[in-house]
Design a protein around this ligand. Structure first.
Ligand SMILES: *[C@@H]1O[C@H](CO)[C@@H](O)[C@H](O)[C@H]1NC(C)=O
Ligand SMILES: *[C@@H]1O[C@H](CO)[C@@H](O)[C@H](O)[C@H]1NC(C)=O
Ligand SMILES: *[C@@H]1O[C@H](CO)[C@@H](O)[C@H](O)[C@H]1NC(C)=O
Ligand SMILES: *[C@@H]1O[C@H](CO)[C@@H](O)[C@H](O)[C@H]1NC(C)=O
Ligand SMILES: *[C@@H]1O[C@H](CO)[C@@H](O)[C@H](O)[C@H]1NC(C)=O
Length: 617
């Protein structure tokens, strides 16, 4: 038997005479066989794949410090958002990383003219044939098909990089990411009005208004209990009569993915029905990376129509933008024509961060099961959202439509098992709402409001609980009976959602017809709309926009509880459990509650001093 030192000596000798260290590859990332995906065929060698290479951001902690300072209403720097250039300086990679990655790319024939970089140089984007990617990453790409949806992507379960590059590359995608981005819309309820576009005319009820003390004028139309319109939301959230400015620079944005586009003709029908003063107005559509905008009525997207009709209807005449990002499957395995297989969030982020001016409020109703997103990817994308916050943009995301389950409203489709190889039961939060730098919006239903059963809520397994929600979330956890759902969730994780808004029975127009639609998809643009109105009030008063909302949301919740309508009934079942309960104070179903625009506007335009007063009294 050889001694240990002899082994070491042998190994060292082998190392010395082996190939130069630059070509020693080591696995950078790998995943266990992704559940729900079937490996089909080797990827066509000449298929063009677009790789995004993330270089580490050594000063990210510093950016995070700035973000929290400018977002903390009790800090001297509150509202002093960073410029594009300041953010870029804080996320810039080391010169050595840029150099070593360049050297590696050049050794494979990829030079400066064959790549693009983010303005901060922290991302490199290359378009190369699969065969070259396989050589560079010492891997083999395959076509994989998602069982449930039938969509296909080109991915691998593992990739390698030269050892000396491991500290200079944070991640490369698409490689090991097998998530299945889904639109968080729930079921359609066209049965009521499928005959024609009768709109709200068919739902006007004679019943007396419902008394809601926090609402505009103290009551809400009786019809709002079953059919939600722009007017209902203005009443319920105490914003009736407020008109935002068109000239103070305020803007609102909605993102669209999965080939969804918003139909202008449907928007006009919606305006004619619910917002006649907005008739003939429209929004700007920005197509990113092959995003779709086929205005044929038959192909209007339910999600895109819902998001744009309500967001732009609630915030009219605020200029609105719809960002349509392409790059999702389908990829046809037998078809050798190059097709997109990008990670669309990265494409959208690359686009938006390169813009000089960004809408102050942006809402997204798409998400993935957190566990299907590689940790490296989730952390990096979350950090990109932090950059947007530091620049003064508020980001809202739907919290999910599966309660504590995995975002699928239909329990039969829920998969509440870990995909880490252990296959144990687990509540499944969604990403990006689980990112601490975005605002997760849960859902309510009816008037008076109660939590809607599908409202996504729970705790991240990837991100730990941020300080801003410590007090509120600890109170909630302390109320749970000892041992509640032990092992099913991470009580130290970032808790979801932060806030809530109405999420069902929204009356929209789609393909020329009106009907009801629901989902936290409806809640996120609704909450974003009231934030946009607050931003408008602040900009008109010469104050900066709200930016990253969460530290402010929890501070206001603690100091002026009636600025949010606390939701204390309902729960969010999932994974074969009744889920969590909506309770007094923050809860994992509706967060701190739904907005009271009038109260929030008072606090946020009369100066945050009123917060101090409230908290010390
Ligand atoms: C609102 O609708 C729900 C469900 O149909 C019903 O239980 C509730 O009584 C209604 N509320 C009012 C004030 O009519
Ligand atoms: C919208 O445009 C139509 C057709 O051009 C016009 O008849 C109508 O008066 C316009 N409505 C408003 C509110 O501007
Ligand atoms: C939009 O879709 C329709 C129906 O599939 C199709 O006939 C039309 O060519 C498409 N238009 C564009 C511009 O892609
Ligand atoms: C995981 O466990 C569940 C319940 O025991 C079972 O239905 C499912 O098939 C398992 N999945 C895998 C991939 O083993
Ligand atoms: C929710 O409330 C019900 C009724 O009070 C209670 O029995 C149940 O234990 C609560 N669930 C949780 C998770 O706290």
């Amino acid at each position: 038997m050889r001694s240990l030192s002899a082994w070491v000596a042998l190994a060292l000798a082998a190392g010395v005479c082996a190939v130069p260290s630059t070509t020693v590859h080591k696995v950078k990332e790998s995943v266990v066989s992704p559940r729900g995906w079937v490996k089909r065929a080797p990827a066509p060698a000449d298929h063009i794949i677009e790789l995004r290479i993330a270089l580490p951001q050594p000063n990210f902690d510093e950016l995070e410090r700035h973000l929290y300072e400018v977002s903390d209403p009790f800090h001297d720097r509150y509202g002093q958002h960073l410029s594009k250039e300041e953010v870029e300086e804080l996320v810039a990679p080391e010169a050595e990383s840029v150099h070593l990655v360049n050297e590696w790319l050049a050794s494979h024939g990829v030079y400066e003219d064959g790549l693009t970089r983010s303005p901060a140089k922290d991302w490199v984007h290359i378009k190369i044939p699969v065969a070259l990617a396989e050589e560079m990453l010492r891997t083999k790409y395959h076509v994989w098909t998602h069982d449930a949806s039938g969509s296909s992507v080109i991915r691998t379960t593992s990739y390698s990089l030269p050892e000396h590059l491991h500290d200079h590359v944070e991640l490369i995608q698409p490689t090991t990411m097998f998530s299945h981005m889904k639109s968080l819309k729930t079921t359609f309820h066209f049965s009521h009005f499928s005959e024609s576009a009768k709109g709200s005319a068919s739902v006007t009820a004679d019943a007396p208004p419902i008394n809601i003390p926090s609402a505009s004028g103290g009551h809400v139309d009786a019809s709002c209990n079953a059919t939600v319109t722009v007017t209902c939301l203005q009443q319920l959230y105490n914003a009736a009569g407020f008109t935002p400015s068109t000239t103070n620079g305020n803007q609102i944005g909605i993102t669209g993915y999965l080939e969804q586009f918003a139909n202008i003709q449907d928007l006009q029908s919606f305006y004619a029905d619910q917002r006649p003063d907005a008739l003939n107005s429209s929004f700007k559509t920005i197509l990113i990376n092959g995003g779709q905008n086929n205005q044929s009525l038959a192909e209007a997207g339910a999600e895109a129509n819902l998001d744009t009709q309500f967001a732009f209807g609630l915030t009219f005449p605020t200029p609105g933008t719809f960002f349509s990002t392409g790059g999702s499957p389908p990829f046809i395995p037998d078809d050798l024509t190059p097709t997109n297989s990008n990670e669309p969030y990265l494409d959208w982020l690359a686009f938006i961060l390169a813009q000089k001016t960004i809408p102050q409020t942006i809402s997204t109703s798409y998400a993935d099961d957190e566990q299907t997103v590689p940790a490296s990817f989730a952390k990096r994308v979350c950090n990109e959202f932090a950059q947007l916050g530091a620049r003064g943009t508020s980001l809202t995301f739907s919290s999910g439509d599966g309660g504590v389950g995995d975002g699928e409203e239909d329990p039969a489709l829920q998969e509440c098992f870990t995909n880490d190889g252990r296959n144990v039961t687990r509540f499944v939060p969604l990403f990006p709402p689980s990112c601490p730098f975005v605002t997760a919006v849960g859902g309510t239903i009816h008037v008076p409001e109660t939590a809607v059963f599908f409202s996504g809520g729970g705790f991240s397994d990837l991100f730990s609980r941020p300080a801003y929600q410590n007090a509120a979330v600890t109170k909630f956890l302390n109320k749970l009976a000892p041992g509640t759902y032990k092992g099913l969730f991470n009580p130290n994780g970032r808790a979801i959602p932060d806030v809530a808004a109405q999420a069902d029975n929204f009356l929209i127009f789609l393909g020329g017809r009106s009907g009801l639609i629901g989902g936290t998809s409806a809640a996120a643009p609704t909450f974003a709309s009231f934030i946009s109105l607050l931003n408008s009030a602040r900009l008109s008063a010469g104050l900066p926009p709200l930016g990253f909302l969460n530290p402010l949301v929890y501070a206001i919740h603690a100091a002026a509880p009636d600025a949010f309508n606390d939701i204390t009934t309902g729960n969010n079942p999932g994974c074969g459990t009744p889920g969590f309960n909506a309770t007094e104070g923050w809860d994992a179903v509706t967060g701190v509650g739904t907005p009271n625009f009038g109260k929030l506007k008072e606090i946020l335009t009369f100066g945050l001093g009123s917060l101090d007063l409230a908290s010390s009294s």
